[in-house]
Design a protein around this ligand. Structure first.
Ligand SMILES: NC(=O)c1ccc[n+]([C@@H]2O[C@H](COP(=O)([O-])OP(=O)(O)OC[C@H]3O[C@@H](n4cnc5c(N)ncnc54)[C@H](O)[C@@H]3O)[C@@H](O)[C@H]2O)c1
Length: 267
């Protein structure tokens, strides 16, 4: 029985908890959130698990696997605590790993694992395969409903009036370091691509604000010695958080099943 602790009981945390609750080989033992009402409400919806609502330290001690689905700014503390206590961690706020590469060193030193689900995009498997012999370019073009971008630091710093955008508009072009700084809650997928592929400096990102769209669209183009790949993922928003695509928690559920079953299908 895998004992799991969840940090962050919002849209993703709720979907993951409800799925894990149905798996007889896993048990949610602890929940943590800065908003006290969230874990309490989530606990009340679970049928098989009866998790304790705890501090981060207590949650880490009680769990075999820690799931982070909280916030970019919380990752350093959550992951350092988990890895120092020699516990594996699954990270959703992947943007934070671009600024904290030392966490991978810490995982290696402590013989622990950092799990990163693919998120709401197709193509990570092929990117990893292509990387074995020369990837030339990785370009992500993300189109989002304009209102989901309005709180991003890049929008505020550049005084972009999102409400005045009347047609599809490219609002950002740059690399993953710049993208994850400017849009920490919107473009985690670019961090996952960078970590799986040619790194945050070389992985290119374009963000388009669309006043008509209700979905997140990720278009990925990879070129290399293997040839060329293009993928398009049209994502339904997640219940509870329109910034998050539903495929993101679904990819985490698939990853957690692999961890529980000790399987690893795909590259
Ligand atoms: N990897 C991906 O592909 C992907 C996709 C979508 C979202 N995300 C990221 O996953 C995270 C969760 O997304 P969500 O849609 O569930 O967000 P959400 O806002 O619905 O939920 C986040 C929850 O975390 C809590 N929280 C915030 N800071 C915390 C802290 N320091 N300690 C404990 N709890 C804290 C909040 O109170 C909230 O309940 C976000 O960082 C988001 O950017 C990743």
């Amino acid at each position: 029985m895998l004992k799991i602790g969840i940090v962050g009981c919002g849209a993703i945390g709720t979907i993951l908890a409800k799925s894990i609750d149905k798996n007889p080989k896993a048990q949610i033992v602890a929940l943590n959130d800065i908003d006290e009402t969230k874990p309490e409400n989530l606990k009340n919806t679970l049928l098989a698990s009866s998790p304790k609502i705890t501090t981060l330290d207590q949650l880490t001690d009680a769990s075999d696997l820690i799931i982070e689905c909280a916030h970019k700014n919380a990752v350093k503390k959550i992951a350092t605590t988990a890895l120092n206590k020699k516990k594996d961690i699954l990270i959703m706020s992947v943007s934070a790993l671009i600024e904290n590469p030392q966490l991978f060193e810490l995982a290696k030193k402590n013989n622990t694992k950092i799990h990163i689900p693919s998120g709401a995009i197709a193509g990570i498997d092929a990117l990893k395969a292509g990387l074995q012999n020369n990837i030339k370019s990785v370009t992500l073009t993300t189109t989002k409903p304009k209102e989901t971008l309005s709180h991003a630091p890049y929008i505020k710093e550049n005084k972009i009036s999102i409400e005045k955008i009347k047609k599809k508009t490219t609002i950002f072009e740059g690399n993953v370091i710049e993208a994850t700084k400017g849009f920490p809650e919107n473009i985690n997928i670019s961090a996952t691509l960078a970590l799986a592929g040619i790194g945050p400096k070389k992985t290119k990102v374009k963000i388009i604000a669309d006043p008509e769209s209700k979905i997140n669209i990720h278009e990925l183009k990879i070129t290399g010695d293997f040839g060329e790949i293009t993928t398009t993922t049209k994502n339904t928003p997640c219940p509870g958080n329109p910034k998050t695509s539903y495929l993101a928690p679904l990819s985490a559920i698939a990853k957690i099943k692999d961890i529980i079953e000790n399987t690893n299908i795909g590259t």
